[in-house]
Each structure stands twice: as C-alpha cells, then as structure tokens.
Design a protein around this ligand. Structure first.
Ligand SMILES: Nc1ncnc2c1ncn2[C@@H]1O[C@H](COP(=O)(O)OP(=O)(O)O)[C@@H](O)[C@H]1O
Ligand SMILES: [Mg+2]
Length: 389
C-alpha cells in the first residue's frame, strides 16, 4: 500500500543533507486505512483474547495479584528493549528491600520509574479532576519515567528543543531523523486531538496508530520507546479494551524487535499502515493469549500450594496469611514479612520457615544474614520472556 505519510524538511549541516520527517496527522488518508478480511480476523482474534484476559483477571480472589505481576513484567521488558540490564527477579528483589547487585541498582531504578509512571498516569485518568489524555499528561508521566541518575540530563518531562535521530552517530547517517524541534509541539497537539476525535476505526487499531505516530514524532530526548508503549497500555484502558493493565505487549516487540523497528520505518517510507496494523493486532492477540495461559498457570500453582500449606501439619494462621501475600510479594525478607504481617520477628521467621518446609519458599542468597526468600515456582512461571539476551 503506497501512500505518502508526511513531508521531509531538508537542510544541509556540515556539508551533509539532513531530511527530518514531518508526519501527516492521523488517521491514515489517501487512501484511508484498508482493513481486509484477514485484518478483520486478526482484530476479532485480538479482541477475543483481550476479553478472555479480562475474565482471567476475575478468576482470582484479587485481580491485584496479576496486575502486580504483569505490570512489572511489562515494565522490565519494555525497559529491556532499549538496553536496560535488569531482570524481573532483580526488580522484585529490590522491591522486597533486599540487597541487589550494586550494578543492577541503577538499572532497577529505571524499571521502578516505569511502574511509578504508569501508576501515576492511570490515577490521573481515573480521577474526576485528574489530567485527561493530553500532552501534559505525557510530559508529567515522562518526568516520572526519566527522573533520577541516568535520565537527569535527558530533560525529564520536557519536550525536546533540539534535533534527535535514531540509529547512526549523527543526523546525517541516521536510520531515521524525527521532525525538527519547532514542529514537535504542533505534532503532539495533533496527536492529542486525534486521541479525542471521533473515528470509525476500531479502538485497538487506533491505539496501534497512536503508538507509531508517537514514535515518529519522538518528542523527547530519551524514553520515547517506553512512554510510547506505556501510552498503548493507557489507551487500551481508556478505550475500554481491557479494564486493567494486564497485557505485557512489549514481550511481542522484544521477540520481534527487528520487525518492530523495520515496520515502524516502513510506515514512513512506504506509507504502510496496513502492515503495522497487522503486526500490532497479531501482537495483542498473541500476548493476550499467553497472558491468559500464564494467569491460569499461576492460579493453579497457588491453589495447589495453598492446599499443601494447609495440609502441612502445623501450619499457623500467620503462615497462611504470609502465603496469601506471596503473589504480590514473591520475594520476601524476614524484615519484609514483619511489615506485611504486623507481627514480631520470631513469628515472621517461623512463618517463613513453615513455608520453606512446605516447599513454597526457598532461600536464594545462601547468606546467613539478610536472607532473601522467594516463591521460586511462581517466579519461574512469571519470568518467562524477561531474561536478558
Ligand atoms: N525507525 C524508527 N522509526 C520510528 N521509531 C522508531 C524507529 N526505530 C525505533 N523506534 C522507536 O524508538 C524507540 C527508542 O527511542 P528512545 O527514546 O531511546 O526510547 P527508550 O529510551 O524508552 O528506549 C524504540 O523502542 C522504538 O519504539
Ligand atoms: Mg533510549
């Protein structure tokens, strides 16, 4: 499908031509987006998988379990796509207040920022007086995403005021040169308008288009990939495709990163919005199916282990209570357990020992002090796809 999706702003810098791309506003036009039979099938499959994921969330006593787990999975993977060297286990260990590898700490902080940024944006959107879907919401979310050591010089929360580029060492040899800085506010304004406009296209498709447009504008000095993927999560919720952030779509982009970048590029060079839409819908369908399966596995595991804990003779009430906390705290320390349970240290230690004996918790550090325990079977299932390459 050949269509023109924007214009180039050309200038010569140091004897080299730089062609910065200025995308046309959404939706695709001349011709409008073509959804053929196959695209409609993909769309139906993706929608169906999302509704199954929605139901899976309702199967457990508290959907918070899966929100906790899957949001972190998404956070880790989305950060990994552009090189953050932290794993899900690093993140959970850090959150448990346990010692992490010093080298991992900065990396983990980036992932924590992602979790916080998402929570912030969701809260704004769910509140009556909160920020609506807007450039301002994106800026404030970006601020939270990028604050701290490594992002500090990357102007957290601020639209860029200089030319950036993707791939290569300078604009002159880049794979892609986003719009010049003075065009960015207008382009973001147009994107914001599109998010609130009436459009006959299905919401899922529109969420995919919005992601590409955001990446094409590349409004910040850094963090565009993460914020653009976070935007998809927000749109799915805002547009009632999924009432909780349970879809870790970044896993699909991580798995097919070359295609992801290539297809983003082709939207600009060939005007191929159809290819992107097919890719995006397939991603949503695939990951939603996988998340349903994962939710089921995790639920079955917890049910089996609960029975074992209860059967384990001297199971105390405190041990059962600790067990019920594990899906939201799959890594715990004794100090952490004291806080979770509101008991004394000996009682918490005893609860941990009981869960260890029941084969639920396992000590992971081999240390005598600051020992860290994890619900290993749970983590093994959850962390599929989150390994570093
Ligand atoms: N050719 C391209 N055209 C548009 N966007 C691209 C292209 N290649 C990669 N991207 C997007 O740019 C992101 C990287 O931008 P960056 O600002 O470094 O984000 P982050 O720091 O969050 O990874 C990628 O994750 C991808 O979403
Ligand atoms: Mg980056």
């Amino acid at each position: 499908m050949a269509r023109i999706t924007g214009t180039y702003d050309r200038k010569t810098v140091g004897g080299e031509e730089i062609a910065a791309f200025i995308p046309h506003a959404l939706p695709p036009a001349d011709p409008p987006l073509q959804l053929d039979t196959q695209a409609h099938e993909r769309l139906r499959a993706a929608e169906h998988a999302l509704s199954r994921l929605e139901l899976a969330g309702q199967m457990v006593p508290s959907v918070e379990w899966f929100i906790y787990a899957f949001v972190r999975k998404e956070a880790v993977i989305s950060s990994q796509i552009e090189g953050t060297q932290a794993t899900l286990v690093d993140l959970l260990t850090y959150e448990a207040g346990a010692q992490t590898e010093p080298a991992a700490e900065v990396e983990v902080q980036e992932v924590c920022n992602y979790v916080e940024a998402l929570a912030f944006a969701r809260k704004q959107l769910s509140r009556k007086n909160g920020l609506p879907l807007s450039v301002r919401l994106l800026n404030e979310t970006h601020h939270r995403l990028m604050k701290g050591v490594r992002g500090a010089e990357k102007q957290p929360g601020e639209i860029r005021s200089s030319q950036n580029w993707i791939g290569g060492t300078r604009p002159g040899n880049a794979v892609y040169v986003p719009p010049p800085p003075y065009e960015v506010p207008r382009l973001l304004g147009e994107l914001e308008q599109y998010l609130h406009a009436e459009d006959a296209l299905p919401p899922l498709v529109r969420a995919g288009l919005a992601h590409v447009q955001f990446e094409t504008v590349h409004p910040y000095l850094d963090g565009n990939g993460r914020l653009g993927r976070l935007l998809v999560t927000l749109l799915l919720e805002e547009w009632r495709q999924l009432s909780q952030p349970l879809l870790y779509l970044s896993l699909f982009f991580k798995r097919h990163r070359e295609d992801y970048y290539r297809i983003l590029n082709r939207v600009r060079t060939e005007g191929d919005w159809e290819e992107w839409t097919a890719f995006f819908l397939e991603g949503v369908g695939t990951i939603a199916e996988e998340a349903v399966q994962s939710a089921r596995d995790l639920f079955a595991l917890v049910s089996r282990d609960r029975a074992r804990v209860l059967a384990a003779g001297k199971a105390t009430v405190v041990a059962s209570r600790l067990f019920e906390e594990l899906p939201r705290h799959p890594v715990v320390t004794i100090t952490g357990a004291v806080k979770l349970l509101g008991t004394t240290k000996p009682t918490a230690a005893k609860a941990i020992a009981l869960l260890e004996k029941a084969g639920v918790l396992a000590e992971t550090t081999g240390r005598r002090r600051d020992r860290t325990f994890s619900y290993a079977k749970y983590l093994d299932r959850l962390r599929v796809g989150t390994e570093l390459e």
